[in-house]
Design a protein around this ligand. Structure first.
Ligand code: GDP
Length: 451
């Protein structure tokens, strides 16, 4: 239990419909009694724990600031494991600020970023991997990301790693017991069995490590390059797909020189559209850089959308875009379908799909959106999203691989057990059992104030 009490606003930007104020620490009960007057009882400390009560929020003079809901979560049955008060008042800047001022006057201090979750971690309420999942859940921009973070928060990864670490510890303990107590009746150390289980553990850790690449796609979006000559309507398409006006729509050629990125939520996942400079024979140096970036983006993207102005006959620039995007999964967009057509589908060979649409009116955009949504990975495997966890998973897998190899080469057992012990410690760093305070601090600083 910490000696000091912390308080913070735990919502988003004010004003809002509802504002949540949290207080955690030894003074939470006293602060609750001073600032909240429930209708059901005289004091919130006389009310039941973990239940919502309606009442009055009071300022220092006993004047009513707001009518709100409050709950008292007494230690240890709270998020932080300490006494906690939560107030759900109107999301008024004045009300929230007055409530916080009052909490500070009564002895609380402003909470630092992530401090509630840090206290939860220190109280053993959640391990480090699950704390990281809290941050992932808050940051999630797609449904799939949220579901993955929720699985992590539920402890899917932690449980597996703890079980694996326990098995490794049991393996080393068994070995040492056999060595240290040769006269006792202990089952002999089965090398074959140990090797086989080390190999199995390696395979699983490798799979978890490899899920990080897919986890990155989940977090950053499936990269899709939008290429086409100037004025084909790339920026307009970009806007039509993302439903906004953030890319520049212009009649001038060559103004979009940089690669603009736009995240679009499609099919429960994210697609990262890379709006590239018009592919054409560049005149200036700056344009050349833009064109190079466009070509590069097209090469590294998961798929390419080639946009054509279908109201004009195909040009050499169009043919270049077709040639450059070859070899990648790609679709052709015959844009400006609201104008008389001058390009036919037969002219566009080698595309995985062709869509005729108008970026201006939005007509025909849905099939393209569906094609893009299908690029979002739809497996529901647990995906590691933290680079920290991925690096530790790799390190642990490497140690176990080395251990299995030593065992296979007939090395003495204590040589390979050193690797097993190191792997077990590394797994412990993922869940935070033996992570340094610096690592923990870095993780919690990722949070916003109030979480
Ligand atoms: P970009 O250079 O490829 O990014 O092309 P823009 O999106 O800037 O569009 C070039 C011009 O074509 C602008 O004047 C747009 O308003 C216009 N435009 C884009 N899409 C359409 C469309 O579907 N129909 C019509 N009629 N005009 C369009």
């Amino acid at each position: 239990m910490h000696a000091d009490t912390i308080a913070a606003f735990s919502g988003g930007s004010l004003p809002a419909a509802i504002g949540v104020v949290r207080v955690s620490g030894p003074l939470a009960c006293a602060i609750g009694d001073a600032i909240f007057a429930p209708y059901a009882k005289k004091l919130i400390t006389k009310c039941e724990n973990n239940k919502l009560y309606y009442g009055k929020l009071l300022n220092g003079d006993g004047k009513t600031l707001d009518f709100c809901l409050a709950a008292l979560f007494r230690a240890p049955r709270s998020y932080t494991g300490e006494d906690m008060l939560e107030l759900y008042c109107h999301g008024s800047r004045a009300v929230v600020e007055a409530a916080l001022r009052r909490a500070y006057a009564l002895g609380a201090r402003p909470a630092r970023a992530g401090e509630f979750t840090q206290r939860a971690f220190l109280a053993g309420k959640l391990d480090l991997a699950r704390a990281e999942a809290v941050a992932d859940l808050i940051d999630a921009r797609s449904e799939r990301e949220a579901i993955n973070a929720a699985m992590m928060l539920d402890g899917a990864l932690s449980r597996e790693l703890v079980a694996l670490r326990d098995a490794l510890t049991a393996m080393t303990a068994h070995f040492y017991a056999v060595c240290d107590y040769p006269d006792e009746e202990i089952d002999p150390f089965a090398y074959d069995e140990a090797r086989a289980s080390l190999r199995r553990a390696c395979t699983r850790l490798d799979a978890l490590h490899d899920s990080f690449a897919r986890g990155s796609v989940l977090r950053e979006g499936v990269p899709v390059a939008v290429v086409g000559r100037p004025n084909a309507g790339k920026s307009s398409l970009f806007n039509a797909l993302s439903g906004g006006e953030h890319a520049i729509v212009t009649d001038e050629a060559g103004t979009t020189r940089d690669v603009l990125e736009r995240l679009v939520s499609l099919g429960g996942g994210l697609v990262r559209l890379l709006d590239t400079a018009g592919i054409r024979e560049a005149e200036s140096k700056a344009e050349r850089i833009g064109v190079d970036r466009a070509l590069n983006a097209a090469k590294t993207a998961r798929a390419v959308i080639c946009v054509f102005d279908a109201s004009q006959p195909l040009t050499n620039d169009d043919r270049r875009a077709i040639a450059e995007s070859e070899g990648t999964l790609r679709c052709a967009v015959l844009n400006k379908s609201d104008l008389p057509a001058r390009v036919t589908i037969d002219e566009l060979d080698g595309f995985d799909a062709v869509f005729s649409l108008s970026a201006l009116t939005g007509e025909g955009i849905a099939p393209l959106a569906a094609w893009l949504a299908a690029l979002v990975p739809d497996d529901d495997d647990l995906l590691v999203t933290s680079p920290r966890q991925a690096a530790l998973l790799r390190a642990a897998a490497d140690d176990l691989r080395a251990a299995a190899q030593s065992a296979e080469q007939g090395m003495t057992a204590d040589a390979f057990l050193a690797d097993v012990e190191r792997a077990a410690r590394t797994l412990g760093e993922i869940t935070g059992d033996n992570a340094s305070p610096d690592i923990a601090a870095a993780i919690f600083s990722r949070f916003c104030v109030g979480k």
